[in-house]
Design a protein around this ligand. Structure first.
Ligand code: 6PG
Length: 234
C-alpha cells in the first residue's frame, strides 16, 4: 500500500492527474463523485487538452437523479472534466441515474461486461478512484448497508442514510478486482477515518472503505493532503 501525502489539495490534484496521464491514457478508469474530485477534474481536463487519448470513463457510483441535476456525478464530470476537447464522447460510459434503479444495475453490469476485460469472470478496471466519507463510506455504500457491498451482483442499489436518496454503486468484488485502486481524500474532516482505516483502529471494521483490498494482485494507493493525513503523521 502506497501512501502519498501532499501539502495542499491543489498539489495533490496536479500529482494525481500526472499519474493518470502517465499510466492510463488508453485505459478504463472509474470515477467517484462528491466534492473532492473537482480539482482533479480541472487539472486533468487542462492537461488532456493537449494529449490525444482513448481514456474510457466509467463511474463507481451515481445518484438516482437525471444527468442535468446538480446532484449528478456525471454532471460534475461533464462540467469540469469532459470540457476537454480531447476526451471522446464515445469513451464516456455513464450510469443512467434517471432510470429505474433495479433496471439500471442490470444494464450497467452489462455495459461493464461488454466493454471490460473479465478476470475471474469479474469485470476488471485498470484504475478505480474512490472517495471517502467521514463515516467510512466509499462509493455509495454506507455503514448501514455494509452487507450490500458483499453482494454477488456487479452493481447494487443503495440508499443514503439520511436523505434516503437512492444510489447505484459498484459492488466490493468489482472494486477489489481493479488493477489499481486509489483513495483520493482531502481535508481535516477526514483525518480520523483515514487514520482508523489505515491503522485498523476504532470501529474501522464497520466502515465499507476498510473492505477495499485489491485481490488478483491489484495495487492500492492513498492520495492525501496534509490535513487528511494529520493523524497519520503524528
Ligand atoms: C458520491 C461519492 C462518495 C464520495 C464521498 C466523499 O457520489 O457521493 O462517490 O463516495 O466520494 O461521499 O465525498 P466528498 O468528496 O464530497 O467528501
Amino acid at each position: 500500500m502506497d501512501i502519498n501525502i501532499y501539502k495542499t489539495s491543489d498539489e495533490l490534484a496536479e500529482k494525481l492527474s500526472d499519474h493518470i496521464i502517465n499510466k492510463y491514457l488508453n485505459k478504463n478508469i472509474a470515477l467517484s463523485g462528491g466534492s473532492t474530485p473537482l480539482k482533479l477534474f480541472k487539472a486533468l481536463s487542462r492537461k488532456l487538452d493537449a494529449i490525444e487519448n482513448e481514456i474510457k470513463f466509467y463511474w463507481v457510483d451515481e445518484r438516482c437523479v437525471p444527468p442535468e441535476s446538480d446532484d449528478s456525478n456525471y454532471k460534475m464530470a461533464k462540467s469540469f472534466l469532459f470540457n476537454s476537447k480531447k476526451i471522446k464522447k464515445e469513451n464516456i460510459y455513464r450510469i443512467k441515474g434517471e432510470n429505474e434503479p433495479s433496471n439500471e444495475v442490470v444494464s450497467y453490469s452489462n455495459t461493464l461486461r461488454n466493454n471490460l476485460e473479465l478476470v475471474n469472470n469479474i469485470p476488471a478496471f485498470d484504475l478505480i478512484i474512490l472517495g471517502l466519507g467521514d463515516d467510512g463510506h466509499t462509493a455509495s455504500i454506507f455503514p448501514h448497508e455494509l452487507n450490500k457491498f458483499k453482494n454477488e451482483t456487479d452493481c447494487v442499489v443503495a440508499t443514503h442514510p439520511t436523505s434516503g436518496q437512492k444510489r447505484i454503486s459498484l459492488s466490493e468484488k468489482i472494486i477489489n478486482n481493479s488493477k489499481e485502486i486509489i483513495f483520493h481524500v482531502t481535508g481535516s474532516g477526514k483525518k480520523h477515518v483515514v487514520d482508523n482505516i489505515i491503522n485498523k483502529r476504532g470501529e474501522y471494521i464497520k466502515y465499507p472503505a476498510s473492505h477495499i483490498k485489491p485481490d488478483s494482485g491489484g495495487k492500492i494507493s492513498w492520495y492525501l493532503d496534509f490535513q487528511a493525513a494529520e493523524n497519520l503523521t503524528k
